[in-house]
Design a protein around this ligand. Structure first.
Ligand SMILES: Cc1cc2nc3c(=O)[nH]c(=O)nc-3n(C[C@H](O)[C@H](O)[C@H](O)COP(=O)(O)OP(=O)(O)OC[C@H]3O[C@@H](n4cnc5c(N)ncnc54)[C@H](O)[C@@H]3O)c2cc1C
Length: 416
């Protein structure tokens, strides 16, 4: 049976960032990817921050910088935020995965596509035995000192090692249109129970005159596609013409919530497998890559010390919590408030945001990786926003005073 030092399951951004780090430090790293080609099929809208690009070490994948967003209420009342400089970048998502895999391979990580992790078989001397299957059905067994689950939203590694799954998985549906009206400088966010109970609908310019249009919603029994069709009707109403001839669809899921354990004996989870997804937007490229960096630091030290016990690897959970715990807690709190909103309340939120000063605050402090920072500023600046939620705040805290958690601290946009 072949032995490897680190087996990384999944060649998405999280897996390849971790693989590059560990391989560059001299570890023997094997990455297995169940699909035939890294990066495909694409299951993402591909909107990232400058931080994410810096961490990925490439800007070649950028298709279109965007300077802000238009947020639309259920009745299509719109408010736009436009910064002088780019605030996010629409990328070629498959290109990103390929660039990250190339970087890891250049550092010495070995990739094998068309190879699926199936299950954990048991212990071997100094490692764990796992079963995999090639696309042609051929079974493969490997022994690894450490297994990393970078295998996305339905992580087989998390299941095999009995680490719990994210709390909620939002079904998502997206289509690409070769041409679309709309401002290529701004993304559009559609709120409302008809379009997306659970998150929002989006319109994202693709940099070639077309757009990526999608929704992520609660798993409420209604197919995400039905909500997507409601979004298309909203877009038609907004632009006065229907979008036509989609060139491709994607159906996937977004994990939202806190995974109680990111590590165990000889195992680490990173990226979507670890629930490292921003609760207010469902974006997980930046956070997953950061999680992978933190995991790689802990894994390197643990491998060097030859201690891959759950107790040692828990250091990774602690580092993740230090880096993102407070932001995710605040975001999950705001998300609970948002989920209690009726369409009428969402209309009122949009109206409150149109008051003098709030647009400037959003432009000055908006940050797609740390959105609760600006939310805290807005709640302080605009008492009418707080007054909109007495029912929701009451439901959250029962008899407790109606006070939001401290939303003030937030990193400078330019820091990581
Ligand atoms: C519709 C939609 C739109 C999104 N838009 C954005 C966005 O605009 N910005 C953003 O930041 N995030 C976005 N996200 C989230 C983002 O796509 C994920 O957070 C990100 O891809 C997570 O990276 P990852 O490396 O953890 O997992 P993934 O990118 O999912 O990679 C996991 C890899 O593991 C492989 N794999 C799975 N199981 C196995 C197995 N058993 N054996 C071997 N290989 C396996 C998969 O084939 C895949 O290649 C979106 C998600 C969806 C669904």
């Amino acid at each position: 049976m072949e032995r490897v030092e680190v087996l990384v399951v999944g060649a998405g951004p999280a897996g390849s960032v971790l693989a590059a780090r560990l391989a560059a430090q001299g570890h023997d790293v094997r990455v297995v990817e169940e699909h035939a080609k890294v990066g495909y099929p694409v299951q993402c809208a591909g909107l990232v921050s400058a931080r994410a690009l810096a961490l990925a070490g490439t800007t070649d994948v950028v298709r279109q910088p965007v300077h802000g967003a238009t947020v639309l209420s259920p009745s299509l009342n719109a408010i736009s935020f436009r910064a002088p400089e780019p605030r996010a970048f629409v990328i070629d998502r498959a290109g990103l995965d390929i660039a990250l895999a190339d970087r890891a391979a250049r550092s010495g990580a070995r990739y094998e596509t068309g190879l699926r992790f199936d299950r954990r078989m048991g212990e071997v001397e100094g490692g764990v035995r796992v079963a995999l299957t090639r696309r042609d059905g051929e079974p493969v067994e490997l022994a690894a000192r450490l297994v990393v689950g970078a295998d996305g939203v339905s992580s087989a590694v998390a299941r095999a090692f009995r680490l719990r799954r994210p709390v909620e998985i939002l079904p998502a549906f997206e289509a690409e249109f070769p041409s679309s009206p709309g401002d290529p400088d701004l993304v559009e966010v559609y709120l409302g129970l008809r379009v997306s109970p659970g998150l929002f609908g989006w319109w994202i310019p693709d940099g070639h005159g077309g757009a990526r249009v999608g929704v992520a919603t609660h798993a409420d029994g209604t197919p995400a596609r039905a909500y997507y069709e409601a979004l298309l009707r909203q877009l038609e109403q907004r632009h006065g013409a229907p979008l036509r001839n989609p060139t491709g669809y994607l159906v996937s899921g977004i994990p939202i919530g806190t995974v109680p354990r990111l590590s165990g004996d000889r195992v680490l989870l990173v990226g979507d497998a670890a629930g490292q997804v921003k609760p207010l937007s469902g974006g997980g490229i930046y956070t997953g890559m950061r999680g992978a960096e933190l995991a790689a630091e802990v894994a390197h030290a643990a491998l060097a010390a030859d201690d891959l016990s759950a107790a040692r690897l828990q250091e990774y959970d602690a580092r993740w919590r230090d880096a993102f715990g407070a932001e995710f807690d605040r975001a999950l709190f705001l998300r609970r408030l948002f989920l209690r909103c009726t369409d009428e309340e969402l209309e009122a939120v949009l109206t409150a945001l149109q008051q003098a000063g709030t647009t400037e605050t959003i432009v000055a402090f908006g940050d797609i990786d740390f959105p609760t920072h600006v939310a805290g500023k807005l709640l302080r600046q605009s008492p009418s926003l707080v007054r909109l939620f007495p029912k929701a705040l009451g439901a959250l805290w029962g008899g407790e005073p109606r006070r939001a958690p401290d939303l003030e601290p937030g990193p400078d946009r330019l820091q990581r």
